[in-house]
Design a protein around this ligand. Structure first.
Ligand code: ADP
Ligand code: SF4
Length: 650
């Protein structure tokens, strides 16, 4: 296959200050949960993206000094030589593939959680952080300002020692430099407050001093979110004025939108709320204020759109966090014209949740994300299996079964049979992706369907074929993987409807949604029913609709939408009889469909091994079901495939 000529523009090198970006694919800073506490995981994760063709690969936010400690969240740090040694592993891994390494030097100011340091946060003026109002910042003296600027310079020098090529003076997402710029958080009356020139002074001085210290060796990048005054965001006109004022000092602008959290958190927008390329108008507008290269983000996975946006002049570089997590080899696949191999991000934000709350990144689409070091998994390379001569029957072609079959084939199994009772592959994603806002989730099935076709000489896919234990035993396979999924539990009231059938239509009348899970399904069913014009009441044990959606940045925008559409909230009643509705969508809980697995375990006949993966083992998140199918296939020739091998922890 060859690349389309219209994508050539994405492979033009670009000078940024003293260094050259080899192409237009740039992994912007994003969290991993690794920081400097898991340096080997950090290095392997970022190095993999460089191997996959990203022209530059950055760290997550990287604290410049102990006065900016964000525990319990995991940032990188450049406080001393030990941190330098840890991050040097990453720059070496990135340089090994010819990419540039960037570090996002950061001071959180008012927004630093400071749980480890126990130091007061520092801010332009004394005020409470709107998200942790029980913590009040210390207003910075001029001596504090000079000391933190010194710390920024010292961290930049350490960044050079660690081997970084791009150094950020990170201000966006309402951190310290933006707090100085915003009149909402800067109430000072001295030379650092009041007029625009005074409010811009802290950031400009920091950029100038970092540039003086390391500008000969490194490109100076600045990340700015100039779209909102709220919550220490930056007013659009003042943002553009700042870009003009700082432009001579900056080699690369990295534009983002929104503030750090809350309802203004529109960066990393979930697919539920934002389409691919959604930040382009803001970036186009900021672009007019600078003569320097501009990065724009927006969950880009379509090379046509990327090339169009670069060609239009609105941006020069495709910035990417999530698409680079879902497919570290996206640039290489575009470069080689292997378009049908691109594994597109679905915009679910599990990566964000896992990095920030689970302290170890993971991805729904890419089971290997975060596993490069600890499990030694490469997203594109698969070791031949010692038992690849066996026939494997995978029962159930949901996400877990599909993933398992694909990895088995990539490991050299030549006779994999993937059998499903349903008319199509995809399992529960088939109905889930037809609920409002979840259309991009179908990419989970789309990508795997294409890979099954590409591997058709090794994988036989059979649909409309329910299998019972006797048929499985006599199928002719030596190894059986049961991936039969799970079902929502319903029963006890004729008005009950299972979530599986909601997208196909609802009986007439008022609707109640019972949500015992607090994540995706209850809220999506409620939105679907509201869209049909029904009166809808959401019953749950939670204090708000779908609390887990706050970890994925979806809840804060979804809840007002549901409220505007008329959603009423109520607790779970003690009896279904107390519910005043014609239809009750029952999303209280799921149970594994494990009968077949147990029957086969009780009587395996001549089978060599029986395993189960995905929701059939336990109903969990989609990312975990896919991971489970992937893990079994990776470890199927180990001593005890049913049990995960112990992983490295560095
Ligand atoms: P997971 O998320 O673990 O992949 P899903 O519930 O999405 O689970 O998919 C399970 C799949 O297994 C469904 O497509 C279902 O039709 C299929 N399935 C369940 N029981 C059988 C069976 N006995 N024979 C064949 N297919 C089955
Ligand atoms: Fe995209 Fe979801 Fe993977 Fe994050 S977890 S990269 S949003 S598919």
């Amino acid at each position: 296959m060859t690349r389309e000529a219209r994508h050539d523009i994405l492979f033009e090198p670009l000078a940024i200050g003293p260094v050259t970006l080899p192409n237009r694919f740039y992994q912007v800073p994003h969290c991993t949960g690794f920081g400097v506490t898991k340096p080997a995981s950090q290095a392997a994760f970022r190095g993999m993206k460089a191997e996959g063709g990203w022209g530059a690969v950055c760290t997550e936010y990287c604290s410049i000094s102990p006065s900016s400690d964000d525990e319990p969240y995991v940032s990188a740090r450049l406080w001393d030589d030990e941190d330098v040694a840890r991050l040097r592993l990453m720059t070496e891994a990135v340089h090994a593939h010819g990419a540039l390494a960037g570090v996002e030097l950061w001071h959180g100011g008012l927004g630093a959680n400071a749980r480890e340091s126990r130091l007061p946060p520092l801010a332009p003026s004394q005020m409470a952080n709107e998200h942790t109002p029980w913590v009040v910042a210390q207003a910075m003296t001029v001596a504090d300002i000079e000391r933190e600027q010194d710390a920024w310079v010292a961290a930049a020098r350490r960044a050079v020692a660690a081997g970084f090529d791009i150094v950020y003076v990170y201000g966006s997402h309402s951190y310290l430099p933006a707090q100085f710029l915003s009149p909402l958080t800067n109430l000072r009356t001295d030379a650092y407050g009041g007029s625009f020139a005074n409010r811009a002074r802290f950031w400009l001085e920091a950029i100038e001093r970092v540039r003086e210290a390391v500008g000969e060796r490194c490109a100076i990048a600045v990340r700015i979110a100039a779209d909102s005054l709220a919550a220490a965001g930056v007013d659009p006109d003042e943002g553009a004025a700042f870009v003009r004022a700082a432009d001579p000092l900056v080699d690369l602008w990295d534009a983002a939108v929104g503030a750090e959290a809350g309802e203004h958190r529109t960066d990393s927008g979930a697919s539920r709320h934002f389409a691919q390329g959604y930040q382009i108008e803001l970036t186009r507008w900021l672009r007019a204020a600078t003569s320097k290269p501009m990065i724009g983000v927006g969950r880009y996975t379509d090379p046509d759109l990327m090339a169009d946006h670069v060609r239009s002049g609105a941006i020069d570089v495709i910035g990417s966090a999530r698409p680079s997590i879902a497919d570290p080899f996206l640039p290489a696949k575009v470069r080689d014209g292997r378009y049908d191999e691109i594994r597109e991000c679905i915009g679910c934000n599990q990566c964000y949740s896992r990095a920030n709350y689970g302290r170890h990144i993971g991805c729904t689409q890419n089971a290997t994300a975060g596993e490069e070091h600890r499990r030694g998994w490469h997203p594109e390379r698969f070791a031949p299996a010692a038992n690849a001569d066996r026939d494997v029957l995978v029962v159930g072609a949901g996400p877990a079964g599909m993933e398992c079959a694909i990895v088995l084939a990539r490991r050299g199994f030549r006779r994999v049979h993937l059998v499903d009772a349903a008319p199509d592959v995809g399992g529960h994603v088939g109905w889930l992706a037809r609920l409002p806002g979840l259309g991009d989730w179908a990419r989970v099935v789309d990508w795997r369907r294409i890979q099954l076709r590409r591997l058709r000489r090794q994988i036989e896919v059979i649909t409309n074929q329910p299998l019972d234990a006797a048929t499985v035993r006599s199928y002719g396979a030596e190894i059986v993987v049961v991936a039969t999924g799970s079902r929502w539990l319903t029963g006890g009231d004729p008005r009950l409807v299972a979530p599986e059938s909601v997208a196909d239509g609802l009986p007439a009348g008022a609707v109640a949604v019972l949500d015992g899970e607090g994540y995706l399904v209850g809220a999506a069913c409620a939105e679907h029913a509201l869209g049909l014009g029904r009166r809808v009441t959401y019953h749950s044990p939670f204090d708000r609709v779908a609390p887990f959606l706050d970890e994925t940045l979806e809840g804060v925008l979804l809840r007002p939408r549901l409220a505007t559409a008329g959603l009423a909230l109520a607790p779970l009643p003690s009896s279904l009889a107390d519910i005043n509705a014609d239809v009750i969508i029952d999303a209280r809980g799921r149970r594994s469909d494990e009968a077949l697995y147990h029957e086969l375990c009780d009587d395996p006949g001549d089978l060599e091994a029986v395993y189960r993966v995905g929701d059939c083992a336990a109903p969990r998140m989609l990312a975990d079901a896919i991971f489970d199918g992937h893990r079994l296939a990776r470890e199927i020739d180990g001593p005890q495939p049913a049990v995960a091998r112990v992983w490295l922890r560095g």
